[in-house]
Write a protein that binds this ligand. Structure first.
Ligand code: ATP
Ligand code: MG
Ligand code: FE
Length: 341
C-alpha cells in the first residue's frame, strides 16, 4: 500500500510517499522561513499563499522521485488540523481534489497524530502503549499512546508551548527566527548554570507544564545586561530541560506498563533535550525512541505514515471533512473546551 501525505499547517509545505510497512519512497519539503523571518514569526496570510504556490509542484516532485503516478497511490492523507486555518485548508482541499480526481480515499490526519506516530515510522519495532513527550511550536504534552487514535493526555502546558518558549527566548536575545535551533546553538557556547532561572511547577503535585515565568525571567536577565547571550540561552535551555524531565519522570513513575519513552515534535530536534530524555529512559529501564531530526519538525512523511496507520485500520474520511483550527488528540480535552489544548 502506498500513501501520499500532504502537510501545510504552519510554515512548512510538504508532500511524501510512504508505504504501509514504513518505507519512505519520496519526501519533499519547502520551508517558508525566509518569507517570515522579517516579521520574527509566522504571518498566516503569507503562509497560506506560499502553500498554494508550492504544494502541487511538491506533489509532482515526490511522485517523480518515486517513479510513480497518482494512480499508483492507494490513498491520500492530508493534515486537516490543528494549525493556521488558511494553510490547513490549502492542504486539505488539495488532498480532496487529488482523491476525487484519482478516485482514491481521503484520510484527514490530525497533525498532532502525525507527530505522535512518527516514532513508529522511525522505529518499526515500537509497540503500544508508549509514553510520548510531544513538544512542538504549539504544544507541550505528555500523552499515553495506547493505539492509533487512542490517546490519553496526561499533562499539557498551562501557558506557553515548549517551542514557543524557545522562539520567544530567541526573539528576546536577538537570535532571530526560527528560534529553537538558534537558542540551541548559542546554548552550546554558554554556561547552563550561569544565570539563575526558575523551574515552574517542578516538584509540584499537579502534572502540567508552564513556561511563561521562565520566559519573563529570561527577559529580566536580558534587560539587566550582566550576562552574555550565550549564558542566558544555555541557562534557559537547562531550565526548560529540567522542567521537561521532572514532568516526564512523574508520569513514568505513574505508568509502569509503557514499552518506551518517546519524544516527537519540532523541539525533539534539540540534542540536549534528546540526551536528557535518553538518560531518563535508561533510569527507568526503558528504550528511548526519537525520530531523526527531519522527522521531528513538520514534514509530509509523518502525515503519510499516520495516514497509513489509519488506512490499515479501515479509517478513511469523506470529502466533506472540514478543516479544524483546533483539534485536541484526546476526547476528554475535546470535551473540556478552553483547557489550554
Ligand atoms: P504544532 O506541531 O504544535 O502545530 P509546529 O508544527 O509549528 O507546531 P513543529 O514544526 O513541530 O511545530 O516544531 C517547530 C518548533 O520546534 C519551533 O517552535 C522551533 O523553535 C522548535 N525547534 C526546532 N528545532 C529546535 C531545536 N533544535 N531546539 C529547540 N526547539 C526547536
Ligand atoms: Mg516550521
Ligand atoms: Fe508540528
Amino acid at each position: 500500500t502506498i500513501i501520499l501525505g500532504l502537510e501545510s499547517s504552519c510554515d512548512e509545505t510538504a508532500a511524501a510517499l510512504v508505504t504501509h510497512d514504513g518505507r519512505i519512497l519520496a519526501h519533499r519539503l519547502a520551508t517558508q522561513e525566509a518569507e517570515h523571518r522579517p516579521y520574527g514569526g509566522v504571518v498566516p496570510e503569507l503562509a497560506a499563499r506560499a502553500h498554494v504556490e508550492v504544494l502541487t509542484p511538491l506533489v509532482e516532485g515526490a511522485l517523480a522521485d518515486a517513479g510513480l503516478k497518482l494512480a499508483d497511490v492507494d490513498a491520500i492523507a492530508a493534515t486537516a488540523g490543528p494549525g493556521l486555518i488558511g494553510g490547513v485548508m490549502v492542504g486539505l482541499v488539495t488532498g480532496k481534489a487529488l482523491a476525487h480526481a484519482a478516485g482514491k480515499p481521503l484520510i484527514a490526519v490530525n497533525h498532532l497524530e502525525g507527530h505522535a506516530l512518527s516514532p513508529r515510522l522511525a522505529d518499526r519495532t515500537l509497540q503500544f502503549p508508549y509514553m510520548l513527550l510531544l513538544v512542538s511550536g504549539g504544544h507541550c504534552q505528555l500523552l499515553l499512546v495506547r493505539g492509533v487514535g487512542d490517546y490519553a493526555r496526561l499533562a499539557t502546558t498551562i501557558d506557553d508551548a515548549a517551542g514557543e518558549a524557545f522562539d520567544k527566548t530567541a526573539k528576546l536575545l536577538g537570535l532571530g527566527y526560527p528560534g529553537g535551533p538558534a537558542v540551541e546553538a548559542a546554548a552550546t557556547r554558554g554556561n547552563p548554570h550561569g544565570v539563575p532561572l526558575p523551574r515552574p511547577l517542578v516538584g509540584t503535585a499537579e502534572p502540567h507544564f508552564s513556561f511563561a515565568g521562565l520566559k519573563s525571567a529570561v527577559m529580566r536577565a536580558a534587560q539587566a545586561g550582566t550576562h552574555s547571550v550565550d549564558d542566558i540561552a544555555a541557562s534557559f535551555q537547562q531550565a526548560a530541560i529540567d522542567c521537561l524531565m521532572d514532568r516526564t519522570a512523574r508520569q513514568l513513575r505513574a505508568h509502569r506498563d509503557v514499552t518506551a519513552l518517546v519524544v516527537a515534535g519540532g523541539v525533539a530536534a534539540n540534542q540536549a533535550i534528546r540526551g536528557a530524555l535518553a538518560g531518563l529512559a535508561a533510569a527507568y529501564d526503558l528504550p528511548f525512541v526519537a525520530p531523526p531530526l527531519w522527522l521531528c519538525t513538520d514534514n509530509g512523511a509523518m502525515i503519510a505514515w499516520a495516514g497509513a496507520e489509519r488506512f490499515a485500520l479501515g479509517l478513511t474520511d469523506g470529502l466533506d471533512f472540514a478543516a479544524r483550527p483546533r483539534w485536541p488528540l484526546d476526547p476528554d480535552a475535546q470535551a473540556a473546551r478552553g483547557a489550554g489544548v
